[in-house]
Design a protein around this ligand. Structure first.
Ligand SMILES: [Zn+2]
Length: 287
């Protein structure tokens, strides 16, 4: 190789290294500026403008890198080591394959000059933008919309209307000792829906209930004739919900409508993974 050519190649390598260092520094600045959670309750408009600013600055930084090097920023490759075995030859990635399936924990700690690090920073902020949009939509909900959500929200459902009807029908249709329609009506009248908005249970509240064998099916205890709830727990929960309604405009607890950020979602999913020894080790290694 001629001396001139060697020098050309060296120049390219050096200018690429310089460009990478510069990109690293710029990204570090951007991460310090945008890589933290925005203040709680930030408005959608403010979050949108934060994202617009970030995108503008990222574009400038990347453009500068592309102009100097003629290349897009580096992309991470999967460098996981595979245990070689007799049956399987060492795995070799070719072409695009080497960029695929980079482990999540490695992606999260992507070096600042990589496309992945830029993507992480954009994702992080986009997630908060979605959160602020969700919160704005929640704020704008009318009482009617809340009522619909409250209706759909069920915490307890041990013995609902359907169960009650199924059991009563079975007695009406009993081939040996069917109850009369009159008895059916009388029994149906004794059952009441629990007054807690998130409980679909029905319960009997008249002394006569279960006196006759024909009605001894549910094993559910009869409650006082003026009882409104299927149990003490539901009474307490309804009281709490009414306090909440005054404060927040809905009976629903916050967790029923809050936006879950990506990170929190991943942590939750991780907690749901079966805790075998192997999984525990895996989770421990990540921390
Ligand atoms: Zn209840």
């Amino acid at each position: 190789m001629s001396r001139a050519k060697t020098k050309d190649i060296l120049d390219v390598v050096i200018s690429e290294a310089q460009a990478r260092t510069k990109l690293n520094a710029s990204m570090l600045k951007l991460r310090n500026k945008y890589g933290f959670a925005p203040e709680k309750g930030i408005s959608q408009k403010e979050m949108q403008s934060r994202c617009d600013d970030l995108v503008g600055e990222v574009r400038k930084v990347v453009k500068e890198y592309v102009r100097t090097t003629g290349k897009a920023p580096d992309r991470m490759k999967n460098r996981s080591r595979y245990v070689e075995s007799k049956d399987f030859p060492r795995k070799k990635y070719e072409g695009l394959q080497e960029y695929a399936n980079v482990p999540d924990d490695k992606l999260k700690k992507a070096p600042l000059h990589t496309s992945e690090a830029i993507g992480n920073l954009l994702n992080f902020n986009a997630d908060y933008l979605l959160k602020s949009a969700h919160e704005a939509a929640v704020k704008a909900r009318t009482r009617k919309e809340w009522q619909r959500a409250e209706y759909e929200y069920v915490e307890k459902n041990d013995y609902n209307l359907r169960d009650l009807y199924d059991d009563l029908m079975q007695r009406l249709d009993d081939p040996f000792e069917p109850i009369t329609v009159e008895e059916y009506r009388e029994e149906r009248r004794k059952w009441k829906k629990c007054g807690y908005y998130a409980c679909d249970n029905y319960f009997p509240r008249e002394k006569g209930h279960m006196e006759s064998d024909a009605f001894r099916w549910s094993g559910i205890n009869t409650r006082r004739s003026d009882a409104k709830y299927c149990c003490g727990g539901c009474r307490k929960k309804q009281e709490n919900a009414l306090v909440r309604l005054e404060k927040t405009g809905t009976l629903l607890p916050e967790h029923a409508y809050e936006y879950i950020l990506d990170d929190a979602r991943e942590n939750r999913a991780e907690n749901e993974v079966a805790k075998t020894d192997e999984n525990i080790e895996k989770i421990a290694r990540k921390r």
